[in-house]
Design a protein. Structure first.
Length: 265
């Protein structure tokens, strides 16, 4: 019996979220079905956390126990051969038996992308939010600074889960402004249900001038969800990275023909 961890990327527009649920296609179900085809026995994939319908992942992490003699790289190839095109296992490695994708995580990093153009880009419906109004970037930047540090984020979450505490520590919030796109990367020790989308919706409302940057601090103090901005669309949200205390997926990806992307002279 081996404990295996996977780094998984997927197009969330093709699924009803990560978690398996009857009657709806999920990422967890797709991975478990692929593993069954390869291993001939049922397994349970434990994800680092749930992503909702329409939310994407570039480096989701999952772990599972299985009986197999296949080497890590062979198992990765076999899983990918049985997965739909909208899911790929980028990395796979045998890990310590006590590693758990969710309970071993010490932080996460998310990316939120907004298309900023007069007309909606053809890809914006599924893979970004869209803002056709002019945005006050400096006001959004000032508002974002208020999220840094440890706060009670109940005013920036939705009902649907019952966490033991709504206090979280936001470590970083970095902006990525481009000509027709605006994005931010946010890292915290954990996130509440819809927390990043509520933050994104609030920052966009600040950018549109619907209220000032000081509203963020007010909502953090009051905890009133209605005082914050709306929950931004799921298509703009990407799980960028899951952080662990131990090194995970270290090194390149050598294959029989060399490391992909590196051209030998």
């Amino acid at each position: 019996m081996r404990n295996l961890r996977l780094q998984v990327a997927y197009d969330g527009a093709e699924f009803f979220g990560w978690q398996r649920q009857d009657g709806f296609r999920s990422v967890q179900e797709a991975l478990e079905e692929a593993a069954y085809e390869v291993l001939g026995e049922p397994v349970t994939m434990h994800g680092s956390g749930r992503t909702d319908t329409g939310v994407h992942a570039l480096r989701q992490v999952a772990s599972f126990h299985a009986h197999t003699q296949l080497a890590d790289d062979r198992l990765r190839h076999a899983l990918n051969a049985n997965l739909p095109p909208s899911v790929v296992v980028d990395r796979l490695e045998t890990c310590a038996d006590d590693f758990h994708a969710r309970f071993s995580a010490v932080g996460k990093r998310y990316l939120y992308v907004v298309a900023t153009s007069r007309f909606k880009p053809v890809w914006a419906e599924r893979h970004a939010a869209w803002a056709r109004q002019a945005l006050d970037f400096e006001a959004m930047r000032r508002a974002g600074e208020a999220f840094l540090g440890e706060h009670d984020f109940r005013g920036f979450s939705s009902t649907g889960s019952s966490p033991s505490t709504t206090v979280r520590r936001v470590r970083r919030l970095r902006w990525i402004p481009r000509r027709r796109r605006l994005a931010f990367v946010i890292e915290a020790d954990g996130f509440l249900y819809n927390m990043v989308r509520a933050i994104a919706g609030t920052l966009l409302d600040v950018g549109r001038g619907r209220f000032g940057p000081e509203r963020v601090a007010e909502v953090l103090t009051s905890g009133e969800r209605a005082a914050a901005g709306p929950t931004a669309p799921p298509g703009g949200l990407y799980l960028l990275r899951v952080l662990y205390a131990e090194p995970a997926f270290v090194g390149g990806e050598p294959s029989e023909r060399g490391t992909p992307g590196v051209f030998q002279p």
